[in-house]
Design a protein around this ligand. Structure first.
Ligand SMILES: [Zn+2]
Ligand SMILES: [Zn+2]
Length: 344
C-alpha cells in the first residue's frame, strides 16, 4: 500500500514536462531520427514508450481477502463483470480492472500528449477502493479549487475519472484534450475520463449508476434512478432523495461529474487517498498541437494501432504489450517505418 508516498501524477496537454520519472533507466535510448524525418514531428518521446503495466490480470491476482465473497457486485459494475471484478474487503469495496474500456478510445483528441492507452495493474493492493458505508462530511471537498491529482471517481466499466478541470484549472473537454468518449491518457499511459461517461447509460440503464465517486456515493446518469426527470442539483452535482439517499449525477456541462466529494474522504497531496497508483516509465511526451488522432484500434488484447494526421499526412503507430516487452512499429505517410522493442 504505497499510495501514500506516490500519488498519481498527471500531466495534461500544454503542460511543460520537466519531470522525468527518476526510476527510468532507459533515458532517451529510442531512435528519434526516423520519426523526426517523417514529418518534422516533435514525436521522438512518443516512441520512448515502454511500459511495465500488467497487460491483463483483472482476475485471480488479488492479494486481499474478499469478505464479500465471490460474485459480490456493486450495481453498475455487474454490467461489466467480464472485465471488472468487485468484492468487499474491510470497509471498502475493492474494484479491480485493467483500466481500459470496451468502447474505442483516443479518436477526436486534437491536443495529443503522445501517450497511449496501456492496460494498468489495478489489482490486489492497487485496486480501487470505495467506502462500503459512505457518510456525509461536515465540510465537502471541492473539485473547483483542488483535487487536480489522481482520480475522484470510478466509472462502472473500471475506468478512472479525473477532475473535469485540468491542473491549470481549465475545462479539459472544452480545451480539446478529450476523445469522443471523454477520455485520454496520462503520463503513465493510463486511460481515464475527465467528464461523465454518459455513454455508459445505454449499458447500465437509468436505474443503475454509471460511476461512483471515491467517497462511495453513486453517480447516476441523466435521469433519476426511478426514471423520472432530473431534479435540481447542488454545486457538487448531487442531491438527496428519500429512496436513493445522497447521490450524484453526470451532466453534459460543468461540473460534468461529482464537483467534489460530499462524503468523508482523506485528501493527501491534492489527491484522494487511498487510490491506485500508476507509474510513468518514460519521459512524458510533448503536445502535438496540430495533430489529430483519426483512428484507434484494439487489434486484440494487448495489441493496438493508432493513426494520426499532422499537416495532412497520416502516420500509424502499432504497439503490443506483453508480459515482458513493449514493441512499437511506426509507419509514416510515405512508407518509412521503424520498430523498437523494450524489455519490461
Ligand atoms: Zn487527464
Ligand atoms: Zn438524483
Amino acid at each position: 500500500m504505497n499510495e501514500h508516498t506516490h500519488p498519481h501524477e498527471h500531466v495534461h496537454p500544454h503542460e511543460p514536462h520537466d519531470h522525468v520519472h527518476p526510476h527510468d533507466p532507459r533515458g532517451s535510448a529510442f531512435s528519434r531520427r526516423a520519426l523526426l524525418s517523417a514529418g518534422g514531428l516533435s514525436i521522438g518521446a512518443l516512441l520512448l514508450a515502454a511500459c511495465t503495466a500488467e497487460p491483463t490480470g483483472i482476475t485471480g491476482s488479488s492479494s486481499s481477502s474478499p469478505i464479500g465473497g465471490a460474485g459480490a457486485e456493486l450495481p453498475g459494475f455487474d454490467e461489466f463483470a467480464s472485465t471488472v471484478k468487485t468484492f468487499v474487503s474491510g470497509d471498502y469495496w475493492m474494484v479491480e480492472s485493467a483500466g481500459l474500456p470496451s468502447h474505442n478510445m483516443m479518436v477526436g483528441i486534437t491536443s495529443w500528449q503522445q501517450q497511449f492507452p496501456f492496460p494498468q495493474p489495478f489489482t490486489g493492493d492497487n485496486a480501487f477502493r470505495l467506502p462500503v458505508s459512505p457518510s456525509l462530511a461536515e465540510t465537502p471537498v471541492s473539485a473547483r479549487t483542488g483535487l487536480f491529482s489522481g482520480a475522484i471517481a470510478l466509472a462502472v466499466n473500471g475506468v478512472p475519472i479525473f477532475n473535469a478541470l485540468n491542473n491549470r484549472g481549465d475545462d479539459a473537454l472544452l480545451a480539446g484534450e478529450l476523445d469522443e468518449w471523454g477520455g485520454h491518457c496520462g503520463k503513465a499511459d493510463d486511460y481515464h475520463y475527465h467528464v461523465a461517461p454518459l455513454h455508459l447509460e445505454s449499458a447500465v440503464g437509468f436505474a443503475k449508476p454509471i460511476a461512483y465517486a471515491l467517497d462511495g456515493y453513486a453517480i447516476y446518469g441523466s435521469l433519476e434512478p426511478d426514471g423520472s426527470a432530473l431534479q435540481p442539483l447542488d454545486e457538487y452535482n448531487g442531491h438527496t432523495d428519500e429512496n436513493a439517499g445522497y447521490h450524484y449525477h453526470g451532466t453534459s456541462t460543468y461540473p460534468y461529474i461529482n464537483g467534489g466529494l460530499v462524503g468523508n474522504v482523506t485528501v493527501s497531496n491534492d489527491a484522494i487517498d487511498p487510490q491506485p497508483h500508476t507509474t510513468p516509465v518514460r519521459p512524458a511526451g510533448e503536445p502535438l498541437r496540430r495533430a489529430v488522432i483519426t483512428d484507434f484500434e484494439t487489434v486484440e488484447p494487448g495489441s493496438y494501432r493508432l493513426t494520426f494526421e499532422l499537416d495532412g499526412q497520416s502516420s500509424v503507430i502499432a504497439y503490443t504489450v506483453s508480459d515482458t516487452t513493449v514493441t512499437f512499429d511506426y509507419t509514416d505517410a510515405v512508407g518509412r517505418s521503424g520498430t523498437e522493442t523494450f524489455t519490461r
